[in-house]
Design a protein around this ligand. Sequence first.
Ligand code: ZN
Length: 684
Amino acid sequence: MWTEGNYRRNLMDMHIDDWNEEFLSRINPEEYVEALADAHVQCAMVKAKPHTGLCYWPCETGRMHRGLKGRDFFGEMVRLCHKRGIAVIAYYSQIFDNWASDHHPDWRLVAPDGRTFREYRHLDQFRNGRYGICCPNNPGYRAYVKANLEELNRKYDFEGMFLDMTFWPEICTCPSCRKRFYEETEGKELPRIMDWNDPDFRLYAEKLDEWMADFAAFSTDTVKAVKPEVTVEHQFSRITMPWFNGSTEMLTEHVDYCGGDYYGGYLQQTFINKYYKSVSPSLPFVYHTGRCDPELSFHTTTKTEEQLVLHAVTALLHNGAFLLVDAINPDGSIVPEVYHGLMKRVYAQTMPIEPFVSGKLNTDVGIWFASRAKYDPAETGNDTEHKSFEPTVYMDAPVGLTSILRENNVPFDVLGAKNLRDYSGRVLALCHVSSVREEEMDAIEDFVNRGGSLYVSGPVGHPRLEKLLGIRVKGKTEHDFTYMDPAEDEGALAGFTKQAPMTVTAPQVIAEVTEGDVQVLATCTLPYAMTGTEVFSAIHSNPPGIHTGEPCITLRRMGESRCMWVAAPIETAKPFMSRQAVRNLIGLLVPEQKWTSNAPKFVEILSWEKNGETFFAAINEQEESPVVPMDDIWIEVTGNWKAVRMPDGEELRTVRNGDHTRILLPKLYLFQILKITEDGPQES
Ligand SMILES: [Zn+2]
């Protein structure tokens, strides 16, 4: 596939309207492509149709952007890029299409409050009047997308397509959705009340996932029917967003590789890059992020060189391509210096390490991000109109564990459901996974039967998982501020005692132990009074008072495997003491790590195998510029090893520490790569 080794990509964002003569009047494809070539960009994602729905080619379906005055911008870009050896991905906005929504009122997505998107003002999540949203279940809209995609693919030759906005920005209650649900459920109406215990509501949530995957299949198949060799990428960034988005791992069945845009920091990036690497049908996946600091709405501020190097190198070290999302000025002009200067310097630093990446990560803990369980069961009883639009605990818990493992140098990965069966690390972590599907449960049981261990926090998402853990769930505490009381003082919860148990800022699941081989590591303690009322023990706080004796951290040993359950997602804890408790609990499941390090909390160490060789990388993931260089970092590995820095091959200092080799890293600025080779047996 053309994508192999294609790590340096670019997109010029241009969702520009055409009511002002100035708009796109100064567009200059020659200048832009010249700039891309100078920066060593390998692939340009070129806008064919933006969210405005106004085409950038002389289209037969829909309408062309007036500012281009009939000029074939897209065709010119394809020709110029190919002349410079730059691959082209055609950008096409689906669902978000102002022209289609404005001209076809019956195609519009209808929110639970009865409004269509252009009617909203001043709200978040695209509800400000700027975005016209069409329903992907509407047959008329689908026919239009099909005709549009066929036309584009017949007319031009390009390497790939990016089909953007493959998600529900809001629940749709339009006649097409009502009809489809009615027909597929033998006469059911769209549910209005969120109730995760109601089979009809759960069925509806499943349908939203299936419908979006079906729409992705529809547009992918449309492209491939005309051009089988064109690669397809659907927008995958909404995988982090709540259930109603319909963005699930099912989308990976309809793409050649995963890609999506993110505007968070390096913690978010390291989590999502690991997940993309795990679920993408081919590599590299693509990590898109903006030129603007901190995100696209800051049109005129540009990220620092070191920020861009860190984003690009973090993607690269996870087998990902980096795509810079730049933003064109409304008049069509760009800032060519971004490419002749900044991006040229960024890629000069990442290009030399491209040959060493794309191996298999060495990890001990696999955090499962369950894309079919992106909800909080506590969000029950509300009208669908009042659901949370933001990620909740289903996201905070696995990202919380990511942060704790990175800070403590525990080798970890992030997995999708499809990776559960083959995971060869020691521990699978289920951080607040509210429901586990049958086939996922089969894979988890398999993993435990092979000797793998489990860390499960919060809800237990399947009856068979309760069996594995040796517990039975009875309910949930009414208190939303609780404590975990360690069974022994100097165990995993060291520092916490019966008098001063560990604070948990959430309710706890209540369970009883059902198997004799389950050890209780902590029990649940409650405050004297509920929060949020006039009754209290201490006016500013909720000190512990009721020792319930109910188990809240349990550990079951079965042969090689250990199955741990924690009654709340304590991975989201902020206090250092609590984060260390999580680290210690994981330590009980990973007696000896594949490697260890003293790297400070924001320096991430990665290790991977490629063609029988072992590599390490250190990335200085400080969230703010200027990045402070770090001294005296070491990595320790079992056995006798020599280490060289890549790509210059300079030998690094090592010291023997028992049967381990400690590799001493030179001063770390942004990142370092090293390769280790066996040094023969130690002389006695
Ligand atoms: Zn609809």
